[in-house]
Ligand binder design. Structure first.
Ligand code: HEM
Ligand code: HEM
Ligand SMILES: [Fe+2]
Length: 474
């Protein structure tokens, strides 16, 4: 396979995208095992327990997304700054170190699974913090690798052209990396531990990652439909201001019931309820730029279809605008007020939101970036949607939507019976687990999960076969 990329930085990006795609596949397989165990609890019991499958599922999720994000930065950086990434050699070394470390960590999760619950477990097996369970030795390694990445971004941006997109990225990546430190120390008070843990998880997904998505949207719209930079970057600044405004104090919605002071009820309710506002702005951003740009060029007799340089990427970018708004904005808003959350907290409703939000806000746009990478690698000017690419986006999107609806119904049952009717007792928990709504909901989740996985297979097939199809697409 020839490589048409001029910049080493973009070649490195393809490496990051490749590992990201592999981990995405692993994530889905683990999800299927866990979903199967919900219905057949004896499946792999004491061999590969639900807790292990679930842990690998959500850690793989976070890691593949971080890989795809680093890859995205290495991909867009030379185009934005006009120069090769500074420190690219050490950047490549860092990639291999990180990938070796991730491989060891995953093997330990899968083979060793649990430790004796002493300090040594935290150092060598896992830290027991949902989503970011990497043991401490790996944490330290991750910090070093990320420092290299942050250095490369800053050094390149300072030497080359500084666009608005790159300026926002610099501030954002610094915050994103810094927040990781909040999840690295251990306290044996569970409330305090959770308090800091939320700094990582919430301030990632509801602040720094969202700003990151804003940067990718801006870059992608300029690249795919030739949107005007002034328009796109104006939106980006508005979104940054709003996201940080609502996202930081919105963290209060995780402090309702963990033993933190009660003033978090009001703070969390107000600011988290405002969080959908920037998400609507992002949605408008895409649709507005889309309409505006196609309008401007109308006089020249070009249609949207003709102007678009990468149909599959654009389809995923548009899915991102809808998905972010629905998964984070709507499904998040549903349960964010303490008066509602007291009933929905920790039910399958939460899981419904978690799935649609992570998928809609992040998986979509990062898959879009995979497509931009494949286009660059194969030197294709205009990339048309293939049958496989259509199957992929259809099956994955409707698969995840199906899982979300199934989980919402299962969660609704829990809210009504376990919480409202039976008062959240121990017995109530088990009664609601046997409810027909709950069991059927989880059955449908498994079925739609399989649909998602088939979509993933189409996606990989499409990405890999692009080089073969490249000739007539060029
Ligand atoms: C893309 C952005 C977002 C992602 C990826 C995301 C993801 C998640 C995930 C995975 C959880 C479960 C955490 C756990 O394991 O305990 C969660 C919880 C929660 N999210 Fe989001 N979320 C996002 C945005 C939002 C927004 C904008 C809101 C509010 C408007 C929101 C409201 C909530 C609430 C209230 C909970 C707590 C649920 C409970 O009490 O069980 N989220 N979120
Ligand atoms: C093959 C498709 C999938 C299946 C069968 C599946 C299944 C599962 C299962 C069984 C859990 C544990 C839920 C629990 O503890 O009650 C889970 C958790 C989770 N999954 Fe998936 N999953 C799939 C795809 C995805 C995708 C595509 C994403 C996001 C991009 C995702 C994100 C998450 C998150 C964030 C959680 C934690 C939710 C929470 O704590 O509330 N999963 N998944
Ligand atoms: Fe949150």
């Amino acid at each position: 396979m020839e490589n048409n990329l001029k910049f080493e930085s973009q070649k490195l990006a393809i490496n990051y995208f490749t590992v990201a795609a592999i981990l995405f596949g692993a994530q889905l397989l683990m999800g299927l095992i866990a979903a199967f165990q919900f219905l057949y609890p004896s499946f792999l019991f004491e061999i590969f327990d639900f807790s292990v499958a679930r842990m690998v599922h959500i850690n793989a999720l976070v890691v593949w997304m971080l890989y795809a994000m680093i890859g995205s930065v290495y991909y867009l950086l030379p185009e934005e700054t006009g120069i090769e990434t500074v420190g690219i050699a050490i950047g490549k070394l860092a990639f291999w170190i990180l990938t070796a470390a991730v491989t060891v960590v995953v093997l330990v999760y899968i083979i060793v699974q649990i430790g004796p619950a002493t300090e040594s477990t935290i150092w060598f097996i896992n830290e027991g913090r949902e989503y970011i369970e990497a043991p401490r030795w790996a944490d330290i390694g991750i910090v070093v690798v990320v420092l290299v990445f942050v250095f490369n971004l800053f050094a390149t941006a300072m030497k080359g052209r500084q666009t608005g997109i790159v300026t926002v990225l610099m501030a954002d990546v610094l915050a994103l990396a810094g927040l990781y430190l909040a999840g690295m120390f251990f306290t044996d008070n569970i409330s305090m531990d959770q308090y800091w843990w939320w700094w990582v998880i919430h301030l990632w997904v509801e602040a720094t990652w969202e700003v990151f998505v804003g940067c990718l949207l801006s870059y992608g719209l300029i690249k795919i439909i030739g949107a005007r930079r002034e328009v796109v970057e104006m939106w980006l600044w508005i979104e940054v201001a709003m996201l940080f405004g609502s996202g930081i104090l919105g963290m209060g919605h995780h402090y309702f019931w963990i033993g933190t002071p009660e003033y978090w009820w009001e703070i969390g309710a107000l600011f988290s309820a405002l969080e959908p506002v920037p998400l609507i702005a992002m949605f408008v951003h895409v649709v507005y730029d889309w309409g505006k740009e196609t309008g401007i060029h109308e006089g020249q007799g070009t249609s949207t279809e003709k102007m678009m340089t990468n149909s599959p990427a654009f389809a995923w970018f548009v899915t991102n605008a809808f998905g972010n708004f629905l998964g984070a904005g709507v499904w998040g808003f549903f349960h964010t007020l303490p008066q509602v959350n007291i009933y929905t907290h920790g039910t399958q409703f939460t899981s419904a939101h978690g799935h649609l939000a992570f998928f809609g806000a992040y998986a979509t746009i990062l898959i879009g970036m995979f497509y931009l990478g494949v286009q660059g690698k194969n030197g294709i000017k205009v990339m048309k949607a293939t049958f496989d690419s259509k199957m992929a986006i259809f099956l994955i999107t409707f698969g995840v939507l199906g899982m979300t609806v199934s989980l919402t119904i299962a969660g609704y049952g829990q809210v009504l019976v376990e919480r409202a009717q039976m008062g959240a007792t121990w017995e109530a928990f088990f009664v609601s687990q046997d409810m027909v709504w709950f069991v059927q909901g989880l059955g449908w989740r498994l079925a739609t999960g399989v649909m998602t996985f088939i979509g993933f297979v189409y996606l990989i097939k499409d990405l890999l076969s692009t080089s073969k199809n490249a000739r007539h697409l060029r």
